[in-house]
Ligand binder design. Structure first.
Ligand code: ZN
Ligand code: ZN
Length: 434
């Protein structure tokens, strides 16, 4: 109906412009019609997983697809990363959509018909390779979103920077890669996005559910190496040497007091984990050295600094108390805290509620896992959300976790993830003043 104030010549333009808006129903129909292909892409990636910085086949498939839908493609960013820009015909800002492509050194134990039997070299050993974190699903969903958005580009405002990122799970020793390397190589200069979005599939949510929260969502992660040096001697005569095993044990126990005694646990949780202790070769030799590897998870820079400082003091002081010496080495490339921009999270939550209904959208708890997309979220206001992939009939609490050799993706969740990307992207771009 024409508003009363409407002059004939204005109304000739007005309704036409309104009709050009991309609707949610259109996005849902496009996603549904692409469902079988997204599933097929995901199964192909699942059957052919590749480890971090080795995503050669995966990135070639992605690049081939992006070229086929008419995009100019940049390959080889951060080794195997693939980037393309969808140029909307209407003026507007740029946004970034990101998927990760790498798999894990896990031997698949599921019985899906497209189960991976791939192997690869990892730390000098032959290991099974599996998409045990669902990055196959992420890549397939973003390929789908790319095709649908590119198909609507004559009515799309702004630009969409598509980022297919390698090596989210961490790079092989001595290599660089992942989100920080893409940023170093000028990722954001390609389209200067003013907002960035990404998602992850998760076993702890039922299919149909989406979870997010404003502010910190996932922890910052640091990795450390402690070397305790004593003096080797006979196991029957400990007094003639210095036992680094007893000193290392005391360091592990004392390190547990950092979280329980030194941090304000009402503000945010934190974790200090020693995941590996290596020292000694037989029962009657006290070794000269013990090496320990571990990780720290925190939700603020202040907590992170405090934990590292306390761990350093404990490491050196406890070793000294045992007559040993010890060093704490912080490994390079920590992941920052993944922070969802509060205002943008409100906008995204409203989009997701419109698309899926309010009851499907949950508030995530703080997650102590980490994500290298946090580097992108530090550079651009960003929102990251979790998409459930555990079948409704199953209790998510009992579902094999991400990284399990039994990790299972309910493919109905691919539609949810794809639709979430489309709705968030199009709602954001169409809401901007032009
Ligand atoms: Zn993972
Ligand atoms: Zn992951």
């Amino acid at each position: 109906m024409k508003p009363a104030w409407c002059l004939a010549f204005v109304c000739a333009i007005g309704p036409a412009a309104a009709a050009a808006e991309i609707t949610g129903a259109e996005l849902d129909a496009a996603a549904a019609s692409l469902d079988a292909r997204v599933v097929a892409w995901r199964r192909d990636f699942h059957r052919n997983p590749e480890l971090a910085n080795r995503e050669f086949r995966t990135s070639a498939k992605v690049a081939e697809h992006l070229r086929a839908i008419g995009l100019e493609v940049r390959t080889g960013m951060a080794h195997t990363g693939v980037v393309a820009v969808i140029e909307g015909a209407l003026p507007g800002p740029a946004i970034l959509l990101r998927a990760d492509m790498d798999a894990l050194p896990v031997t698949e134990q599921t019985d899906v018909p497209f189960k991976s039997v791939a192997t690869a070299e990892f730390r000098g050993r032959t290991v099974g390779v599996m998409h045990a974190c669902g990055h196959d699903a992420h890549t397939a969903m973003l390929m789908g979103a790319a095709e649908i958005l590119a198909g609507m580009r004559d009515r799309l405002p702004g630009k969409v920077l598509l980022v297919f990122q390698p090596a989210e799970e961490g790079v092989p020793e001595g290599e660089q890669g992942g989100a920080p390397m893409m940023l170093d190589e000028g990722l954001l200069a390609i389209a200067k996005p003013e907002a960035a979005f990404s998602l992850h599939v998760g076993s702890s949510l039922p299919t149909g559910a989406i979870a997010l929260r404003p502010g910190p969502l996932m922890a910052g992660s640091d990795f450390f190496r402690i070397v305790v040096t004593g003096r080797q001697t006979h196991g029957s005569r400990p007094w003639s040497g210095i036992d680094p095993i007893v000193a290392a044990s005391s360091i592990v126990v004392a390190a547990q007091t950092i979280v329980s005694r030194d941090l304000d646990l009402t503000a945010a949780p934190a974790v200090v984990t020693v995941g590996a202790i290596n020292g000694g070769v037989r029962h009657n030799i006290i070794p000269g050295q013990v090496e320990m590897l571990g990780t720290i998870r925190t939700f603020s820079e202040a907590d992170r600094t405090k934990v590292i400082e306390r761990l350093r003091t404990i490491t050196t002081s406890v070793a000294t108390a045992h007559g040993a010496s010890a060093t704490l080495e912080m490994m390079p490339d920590p992941n920052p805290v993944l922070v969802n921009d509060p205002d943008l999270t409100g906008t995204v939550t409203a989009s997701l509620q419109r698309a899926f209904g309010a009851s499907a959208i949950r508030t995530s708890s703080l997650l102590t896992v980490a994500e290298d997309y946090a580097h992108i979220a530090q550079a651009v206001p960003s929102v990251y959300w979790w998409v459930g992939v555990t079948p409704a009939a199953q209790d998510p609490a009992g579902a094999p976790d991400n990284h399990s050799d039994l990790f299972f993706v309910d493919e109905a969740g691919l539609q949810v993830g794809l639709r979430s990307l489309l709705h968030v992207a199009v709602d954001y771009l169409q809401a901007q003043p032009r």
